[in-house]
Design a protein around this ligand. Sequence first.
Ligand code: WT7
Length: 650
Amino acid sequence: MSDSSTTNEKYAPSAEFAAQANATADLYTEADADRLAFWDKQARRLTWDQEWSEVLDWSQAPVSKWFVGGKLNVAANCLDRHVDEGNGDRVAVHWIGEPKSDARDITYSELLADVSRAANYLSSLGLVAGDRVAIYMPMIPEAYIAMLACARLGLTHSVVFAGFSSAALRSRVDDAEAKVVITSDGQFRRGKPAPLKAAVDEALGSDLPNVDGPAASVHKVLVVRRTGIDVDWDAERDVWWDEVVPEQPDTHTPESFDAEHPLFLLYTSGTTGKPKGIVHSSGGYLVQASYTHYNVFDLKPESDVYWCTADIGWVTGHTYGVYGPLSNGSTCVVYEGTPNSPDEHRHFEIIEDKKVSIYYSAPTLVRTFMKWGHEIPAAHDLSSIRVLGSVGEPINPEAWRWYRDNIGGGKAPIVDTWWQTETGAIMVSPLPGVTETKPGSAMRPLPGISMDVVDNDGETVASEEQGLLVGTEPWPAMLRGIWGDMDRYRDTYWSHFAEQGYYFAGDGAKWDSDGALWVLGRVDDVMNISGHRISTSEVESALVGHEAVAEAAVVGASDEQTGQAIVAYVILREHHIGSGDELVDALKAAVSKEISPIAKPRDITVVPELPKTRSGKIMRRLLRDLAEGREVGDTSTLSDPSIMEALQKK
Ligand code: WT7
């Protein structure tokens, strides 16, 4: 994805925008003068019940402690504080259901009451701070309520994207030893109710491959009635939300938790098949979430309507769907459905109807809008839009311009925000009103954030040269580890530049001659499909899990729509006959079921052999050349160079 051939096109902020912007260039000066004093000041954006004694303790590196000894309640910072300040009647969430008739505005006072009821119910189950709760839900108000109720009680939530399979849910539930699963009977998808609880039943039972009996840790499943479809019921284990939560008292006194208390786990793909449970803190996380949300999106809580289109199943949905915006008292749009239900106008209708002023989305969606045609946004009054955001993958300059011209009225600043599940919050981004932007570049690390592009020895690369993106100093929202596997944490992120103590992000990048940062895509075996991370080995093991497949190799090939697309090469087992479309479809379905429809390969080719080095390592580079229709690179290290010729003929 490097059609980022460093355009030198620049977009300066308008004087009008700059005059009213939350951020000023002083933020950089302040942070550069004294980084920790800067974060100390940012932490005071929040309400703390106990002050910290030290901003950063890095003595146990690479595990950081921020705001040491400080105590706060994350949910109280997102709710009670705004109500106490007299803003209880402000809408927190404009919830918009998939069926057009379904919508509900929830004020801060109402959300606080809802969260209090849910918290009272969860604590009546005997759950205590530090217990894990899995949340497997569509984008309905109860999903937000469940997350905030957990936060309020210090229960560490683990949201699992509702598009993930039962097998994926099970492995996450087991890894975290979740005691409760919160879900819904079903969810609306393209006008129709689709089952969801059925996947939970399958996940928690004993019929999945690779499980040893029912999920041992789970003793309650709390089910929101969303679609009214039939569900199986386990009277011991299952309970309807509407039968137990509404009757609870609508007040709840929040307890204070240590700044380091684990707020949530979020599983993400690594370079091996097993997803990593990324652990996030409470204090440092919320400080950076709140600071970045306020400055990067220029949030004006009294007047803006903010819409982050990400699902809560992803980190964007956590930090910029829930915690960042609510900590800042924002009015948020939360939409349950897909952009084309019932038709391609839906997002633009919502923007027009709710007067959305800040819209944060992903390049893959922008490219989809481009394909649908500019007439569609043009049919709507989008003049409320004043800031546009992008996240998930590099945004190609063409999509960037289209976004600004067709959604942003030719003038809204675009903030291209680079960050990761692991970083917890935005790290690299322009500041609207301050930064002169270049289409396709995330521009520069935010004030308070230190990053660099280095070579394999950890030396800063010359401008225009490709290197590796690293974090050179700890930051407040950084992950605190991988759940249950601190060795993997050290190894994955800190072993590449152990000497320098740098965080290895896994992305290639370069600085241009103006000091702007260009992110050039992953350098490891992680693919980026529509902004979602999927590891090659995860898909390979799903394929090999099918009885027909002996061996599989998966690569990410560039794709106009999705950024990268999954291309698989498989060798069939000897006894297996038939290799036609039917088999390919069956394999695609198997991956979909094992992981998620997002992980379904675009192409699967049955091959007699895979290109391997003499030591038996699959040369994915050559397969990628093949998948992208390029001339195949150097094959001299293959154990049998004739294999590539045979594959090219296919
Ligand atoms: C990977 C992280 C953070 C929320 C969504 C994805 C890629 C993300 C950008 C951007 C270029 C980007 C990187 C990164 N990425 N944002 N603005 N420009 N690349 O979170 O699933 O943890 O994936 O997404 O490759 O490492 P994630």
